[in-house]
Design a protein around this ligand. Structure first.
Ligand SMILES: Cc1cc2nc3c(=O)[nH]c(=O)nc-3n(C[C@H](O)[C@H](O)[C@H](O)COP(=O)(O)OP(=O)(O)OC[C@H]3O[C@@H](n4cnc5c(N)ncnc54)[C@H](O)[C@@H]3O)c2cc1C
Length: 534
């Protein structure tokens, strides 16, 4: 019996009708394969909300494709005979359909690319891996950008992207407003009385309710609350989230991009990364729409530019670095940090107000905004000296938008400085003073942010100086760290020793699995380090 024409694989983060591997589809003789597999859902303990989002979005996407007359072969997680792996499901589908060729779209993870290359070598039929052109920059283009440069810096790459794609440029090709970057205008704390817009949520339909029941049965042991579940699961709903942001969030996005506030989980952020990353939203359309808001006078330049920089700049830049440096990047550990991640990253019980707020929100929502990830959980992991691989494992597991291509460079490069400064010019290390300035977490904290040693001293303070002191050999030569090391040199030796002893007690307590317990009174309060992100 003759088989089909082409078998076209669509992965869970490829839910885009114009996807490369769907192009040229022949409804009469091609089949689209989609599969929910245990290997992908469980290779890290993904947040139950993330698994539910993806399975529900996959089922909706499959239904929409089938509605246009496409033959979709959809394998559910609990289907009889589900092999549990992508490899197994592709091979089973080949047995079922006997295709003449296979079409794939470039994946978001090195591990999956290796699997696809093995298919090319082993399956005995043509297997094409098409470029994922939902991104602005291909891995090859990024490699060309990186070639011959001693240092990679976002700013140069970002300008190149703005020029190449004609974004926020004057008719002469110059940056709108005369400047490429308005980051300096994007660092205000949230003033009292200013209320961020409520988050747009959706009631689960029958497809999502089925998925929620499945996830409850199979993944309730993972970190994170499955319900209430309000994520968008279709392209139309994801677009509604984005339109809500354009109307209610964008104009203030720039000013309060770095702010944090107790009980305010999303502030003026868009909360669209889960949808961009799984394909429900198109990054190119998002950038164009934000530029149009600026041109129509509905959003100031610092907001539009700040937002576009995140997508056209950072999102593309981290992806470029991922594909340039994998697989070695995942093993990078420039600061030689080896401590296990403290248990409280999973329990949310550190006793520190900021950490418990961010981890608690992460447990409930599978979401934290950038500054929470960078300056609270990330900063703590950095100054504590946690093993970068353990930190990466945590971030990949707990956020609904986490895929290795974007999570790993943010963790190893931006947060842990594990790549030795390839992605960012200096570590984003800060004491409690930064958190106090950018948030109200310290107000109700049981630790005292003004103290660095003794009763109730804020662990961010003594860990910060311990981090600076123990990494002197690796960081003191960095011109961007010169001020900090000057302060360290001027610091009274006894004060430093007292903070380092405090840090040593803290490490011992964590190794013993204890919550941080304030030690008995010690020397008086000390000066604090302050290193804001730039
Ligand atoms: C340690 C760490 C881990 C992270 N892991 C992820 C991850 O797994 N997946 C992910 O999408 N983002 C990750 N980020 C980046 C960023 O925190 C999220 O993209 C952002 O918080 C998503 O929320 P939002 O949609 O409200 O973003 P907004 O603040 O509204 O920004 C708009 C968009 O810009 C993009 N963006 C912003 N910053 C970054 C960045 N640093 N890298 C890549 N894209 C960016 C996102 O697509 C985001 O949706 C991480 C950041 C850190 C510090």
């Amino acid at each position: 019996m003759a088989g089909i024409g082409t078998l076209r694989l669509v992965l869970g983060d490829q839910l885009t009708p114009s996807l490369a591997s769907l192009r040229g589809l022949d409804r009469d003789c091609d089949v689209v394969l989609m599969a929910e597999v245990m290997q992908e859902a469980g290779y890290v303990p993904h947040h139950p909300k993330k698994i539910a989002l993806l399975f529900s979005a996959m089922r909706h996407f499959a239904g929409e494709l089938a509605g246009t007359g496409v033959h979709v072969d959809y394998v559910r997680l609990d289907a009889d005979g589900n092999s549990g792996s992508l490899d197994g499901e592709l091979r089973r589908a080949i047995d079922r359909h006997r295709p003449r060729r296979i079409e794939l779209t470039f994946p978001g993870e090195w591990r999956v690319l290796e699997m696809m290359r093995a298919w090319q070598a082993e399956l005995g039929l043509p297997v094409e891996i098409r470029e994922d052109d939902r991104f602005f920059c291909t891995p090859a283009r990024f490699r060309a950008h990186a070639d011959g440069r001693r240092q990679l810096r976002l700013e140069f790459f970002y300008r190149e992207m703005r020029r190449t794609h004609g974004v926020l440029l004057t008719p002469d090709g110059e940056p709108e407003g005369g400047q490429w970057n308005y980051d300096a205008d994007n660092r205000k704390a949230l003033p009292q009385g200013l209320s961020p817009p409520p988050r747009l949520r959706f009631l689960p339909d029958h497809i999502t309710r089925d998925v929620l029941a499945l996830v409850r049965r199979r993944f309730s042991h993972h970190f994170g609350d499955l319900e209430p579940f309000g994520f968008a699961v279709t392209a139309a709903q994801a677009d509604a989230v984005f339109q809500h942001f354009l109307r209610h969030g964008l104009a203030r996005f720039g000013d309060y991009q770095d702010a944090m506030a107790e009980g305010e989980e999303t502030l003026f952020h868009a909360v669209i990364s889960p949808y961009l990353n799984c394909g429900l939203l198109d990054a190119k359309a998002v950038v164009r729409a934000v530029e149009a808001e600026y041109r129509a006078g509905r959003a100031p330049l610092n907001a539009a530019e700040g937002f576009i920089r995140q997508i056209l700049g950072w999102r593309e830049y981290v992806r470029g670095i991922y594909w340039l440096k994998m697989p070695d990047y995942a093993r990078s550990n420039h600061l030689d940090s080896h401590r296990p991640l403290p248990d409280f990253y999973w329990t949310g019980r550190s006793g520190m107000g900021c950490l418990d707020a961010v981890i608690g929100q992460t447990r409930r929502e599978a979401y934290a905004h950038h500054i929470q990830r960078l300056m609270v959980t990330g900063n703590f992991a950095l100054i504590y000296g946690a093993d970068p691989a353990a930190v990466a494992h945590w971030y990949l597991a707990v956020y609904a938008d986490a895929y290795e291509w974007v999570e790993l460079p943010n963790v190893h490069g931006m947060v842990m400085h594990a790549d030795g400064g390839l992605l960012g010019s200096k570590p984003y290390a800060a004491s409690g003073k930064y958190i106090d300035r950018m948030s109200d977490h310290c107000r109700h904290c049981r630790f005292d942010v003004t103290r660095s040693t003794g009763d109730g001293a804020c662990p961010f303070n003594f860990l910060y100086w311990d981090f600076i002191a123990r990494n002197r050999g690796r960081l003191a030569g960095n011109p961007r760290m010169a001020m900090v090391y000057k302060t360290l040199e001027r610091m009274d030796g006894e004060k430093l020793a007292a903070m380092r002893a405090e840090a040593a007690r803290f490490f011992t307590a964590q190794a013993a699995g204890a919550e941080p317990v304030p030690p008995p009174s010690g020397p008086p309060q000390l000066s604090l380090g302050l290193e804001p992100p730039s």
